[in-house]
Design a protein around this ligand. Structure first.
Ligand code: ADP
Ligand code: MG
Length: 358
């Protein structure tokens, strides 16, 4: 069951550094218990948004409301937020336990309360028994968990994580990410995490806010963003899409239109505009929706097989049809397709595999 109560509300937030507009008129709500990913390329303003929420930077404009309270100008300590920095920012000269106790000490808690809270925070991240270790005696994954324990120890209203997985090697990322999501969900703590990696956002977040150049591009869950990207930036960023310049020829039936990609390569896709207005469009074709067969079907097109890449569970096909390069992907079948050994195949692209951007 989801609780729809708005926990954090950002309205019309802007922040500039000199002539750089890091965050531009950003409005976004986070519901209680939600795990939201801020996703976007490097330099798009993600860390700045987290710092504005945490009070480490102040906005030039806009408002931040946490649990009904205007915190736009409050000091970081009074916001009671847990912050995990990208490089963890652990104190190398302190032990694991002293690191986790840091926020509690700063808040003047008694020794016994601190010791109890440190123990339970370390249990949450499965580092019990390591309180006396030095930071440099820990692996990268363990250091990340110390940083999370330190953020959780103060029992924050909200957990803010800046690129929590980016310092971990590939082998650790999936597992650590899953453990992090399990923990967040078990504690039911509202969380905002920053990532530039679409796969991390898809795997960990309930909802994703895509940012480019300081501006919110789209919010939605992974399925909504993947199937219905709002603009070309989103379509490009989500990756592995075929993006083809095309020209609208004429509207046909059922809300479709005919588009020309090259003189011999025409497709039917949703009709999004009047033929007269601006016929130049970009078609986005989802690679998994391209149908591939070894024999000709009605309306199918002949394609050259340029390359085949087998990744275990999936097979990527690099194709060329009428001079147009396309990437297709299929789940690996029980018995490997004969297509793997072909130089040519037949492809069919159903209209609902295509999104049209004008
Ligand atoms: P991201 O986290 O998405 O990579 P940032 O929020 O760190 O992006 O940065 C957004 C933009 O603001 C970038 O152009 C960056 O160079 C600039 N910026 C960030 N912090 C500062 C700062 N303290 N002083 C000047 N420019 C900054
Ligand atoms: Mg950043």
């Amino acid at each position: 069951m989801t609780n729809q109560e708005i926990h954090l509300s950002l309205s019309n937030l802007s922040k500039s550094y000199g002539s750089v507009q890091a965050v531009s008129n950003l409005s976004l709500n986070i519901t209680r218990g939600e795990c939201l990913a801020l996703l976007g390329p490097s330099g798009c303003g993600k860390s700045t948004i987290l710092k504005l929420i945490a009070g480490l930077e102040l906005p030039n404009n806009g408002q931040i409301i946490l649990a009904g309270r205007d915190i736009t100008k409050s000091t970081p300590e009074t916001r009671k937020l847990g912050f995990v920095f990208q490089n963890y920012a652990l104190f190398p000269h302190l032990s694991v336990g002293e690191n986790v106790a840091f926020g509690l000490n700063a808040r003047g808690k008694s020794k016994s309360v601190i010791s109890e809270k440190v123990t339970s925070a370390l249990e949450l991240v499965q580092l019990q028994g390591l309180a006396n270790r030095r930071i440099h005696e820990l692996s990268g994954g363990q250091q990340q968990r110390v940083a999370i324990a330190r953020a959780l120890a103060i029992e924050p209203e909200l957990l803010l994580l800046d690129e929590p997985l980016s310092n971990l090697d590939v082998a650790l990322r999936t597992q650590t990410g899953q453990q992090l999501r399990d923990l967040i969900k078990r504690l039911n703590i509202s969380t905002i995490f920053v990532t530039h990696d679409q796969a991390d956002a898809f795997a960990l977040a309930d909802r994703i806010a895509l940012i480019n150049e300081g501006q919110l591009q789209q919010t939605g869950n992974a399925i909504e963003i993947y199937f219905h990207p709002k603009n070309l930036f989103v379509a490009r960023f989500i990756g592995h899409s075929n993006l083809l310049p095309a020209r609208l020829i004429k509207a046909t039936s059922n809300g479709l239109a005919e588009y020309e990609i090259s003189s011999e390569f025409h497709l039917f896709a949703p009709n999004v505009q009047n033929v007269q207005s601006k016929p130049e469009v970009t078609l986005r074709i989802r690679p998994e929706a391209i149908e591939i067969t070894s024999t000709k079907q009605e309306t199918s097109l002949l394609a050259k097989v340029l390359n085949v890449r087998f990744s275990g569970t999936t097979i990527y096909y690099y194709l060329k049809a009428q001079g147009v390069e396309l990437e297709a992907v299929k789940l690996t079948p029980q018995t490997p397709l004969e297509i793997n050994f072909l130089n040519e195949c037949w492809i069919k692209i159903p209209p609902d595999a295509i999104t049209v951007f004008s």
